[in-house]
Design a protein around this ligand. Structure first.
Ligand SMILES: Cc1ncc(COP(=O)(O)O)c(C=O)c1O
Length: 421
């Protein structure tokens, strides 16, 4: 057998190959986790989440006095994650009434919550007002109409205006949000009209501008261009500069560091917007993606033109490869050696497109082996679904060798639990 592989930076911080030659995450042995909690399972290194939250805060604190780091919770909407990031002193961005409900359950102070959404319902706006969320991010003129009506005379709600700066970063079209004709936000001319209207509102207090140009972005120049694009809108106390920092899904990926990303945004903001501003950033993926791995069990190995390694999950627990053609790594959790056979890791769902990882080398894959896909902490649990009646996996937090289930596995009875007739 070849020499033991050094784990790449796609694995959670602190992961290692232990003395038994097995993957260890948060001090917990992957095979023992699989035995105890079953598979598929999302395994998350708690210390990794904390370390990245602190890295964002420290990088900002080193460059700017008045700031907030918001957990863009769509990336990992689970109560334990909300609780952890609230305890780390982050604020929170929610994109729906459901995320707002979870953020409150996770202990976020309402004042530290920002409600987003390109199609907020009246019920969601009412829920936000009743909860006392700090800011609502205006995405369209209907938001303004509805909020003015719901806030009512004599009351006031702080708002930001989401602006589409007309910048198309280099990323997948489906996660690009700041280009012209995006469904998100208001283009510059419309934003000016919204700003004028909000400035004359006696119940909506316009605090500033929000931009978010997309996700999984490696090229820092696009963030700078977006910040420059909003400089002409006027002066505001608050600028929310969105999320978007890309992460490594494979060992070859070299995304910018958190430091470099913050430096790019803060330097551009200082130059284009001024220094005496409150700066907000909203990392999602870069906070959580690399903290998590998914453990699967191999059910079958079918050798033909290709070698299909069929696992007990797939597009119900990780939709990203099918949505965006996202590329992941995979390895056998107790044979993380380099080399092996060229394989296709196939999910169990009734779709030919349900291939979790294409063209990966696995060392002697066999039924019963535990297979790991790293970097599944973001948008995995978030997008999990019940296609083919597959129950959604548990989320297991690991730290210093202790594992705790923070979201239990769904049961077959859960699949019937909403039946109403
Ligand atoms: C408004 C907003 N902020 C922040 C984010 C987080 O982006 P990312 O996960 O790329 O950091 C998103 C995600 O698309 C978003 O829509």
């Amino acid at each position: 057998m070849a020499a033991t592989r050094e784990l790449s930076h796609v694995y959670p911080l602190g992961s290692r190959v232990n003395e038994a030659g097995r993957l260890e995450v948060g001090g917990c042995d992957a095979l023992e986790l699989a035995r105890e909690h079953g598979t598929p399972a999302y395994v998350v290194a708690e210390d990794d989440l904390r370390a990245r939250a602190r890295a964002f805060q420290q990088a900002l604190a080193a460059r700017h006095d008045d700031f907030e780091v918001l957990f863009a919770s769509k990336a990992f909407p689970c109560t334990a994650a909300y609780r952890l990031f609230a305890a780390e002193g982050l604020s929170c961005d929610v994109a729906s009434g459901g995320e707002l409900h979870m953020a409150l359950a996770g202990g976020f102070e309402p004042a530290r919550i920002y409600l987003h959404g390109n199609a907020k319902s009246e019920a969601e706006l009412r829920q936000a007002l009743e909860a006392g969320v700090g800011h609502v991010v205006i995405d369209n003129f209907d938001d303004v109409d509805r909020l003015e009506r719901l806030v009512g005379p004599g009351n006031s709600q702080r708002v930001l205006v989401r602006v589409t700066p007309g910048i198309k970063p280099s990323t997948h079209d489906f996660v690009s949000t700041g280009h012209i004709d995006s469904k998100f936000g208001l283009e510059l001319d419309d934003a000016r009209a919204a700003i004028d209207r909000l400035r004359s509102s006696d119940r909506l207090e316009l605090r500033g501008i929000h931009i978010h140009i997309g996700s999984q972005i490696f090229e820092l120049g696009s963030f700078r261009r977006a910040i420059e694009a909003i400089a002409g809108l006027g002066e505001f106390p608050v600028y929310d500069l969105g999320g978007g920092l890309g992460v490594a899904y494979t060992a070859e990926d070299e995304p910018p560091s958190i430091e470099a990303y913050i430096e790019a945004k803060v330097a551009a903001a200082h130059e284009a917007l001024g220094r005496e501003r409150r700066l907000l950033i909203e990392p999602g993926r870069a906070l959580v993606a690399n903290a998590g791995v998914t453990l699967y069990t191999i059910e079958t190995v079918k050798r033909g033109l290709s070698t299909y390694v069929g696992v007990d999950g797939g597009m119900s627990d990780n939709l990203r490869p099918m949505l965006y053609g996202s590329v992941y790594e995979a390895a056998i959790a107790d044979r993380l050696d380099p080399g092996g056979e060229l394989c296709q890791v196939a999910g169990k769902h009734c779709e030919s497109g349900d291939v979790v990882v294409h063209d990966v080398h696995l060392h002697e894959p066999r039924p019963g082996d535990v297979l790991v896909t790293p970097a599944t902490g973001a948008y995995g649990h978030a997008m999990a679904n019940n296609y083919n009646g597959v129950p959604r996996p548990p989320v297991v937090f690991c730290r210093d060798g202790d594992a705790r289930v923070v979201v239990r596995r769904e049961t077959y009875d859960d699949l019937l639990s909403r039946d109403a007739g």
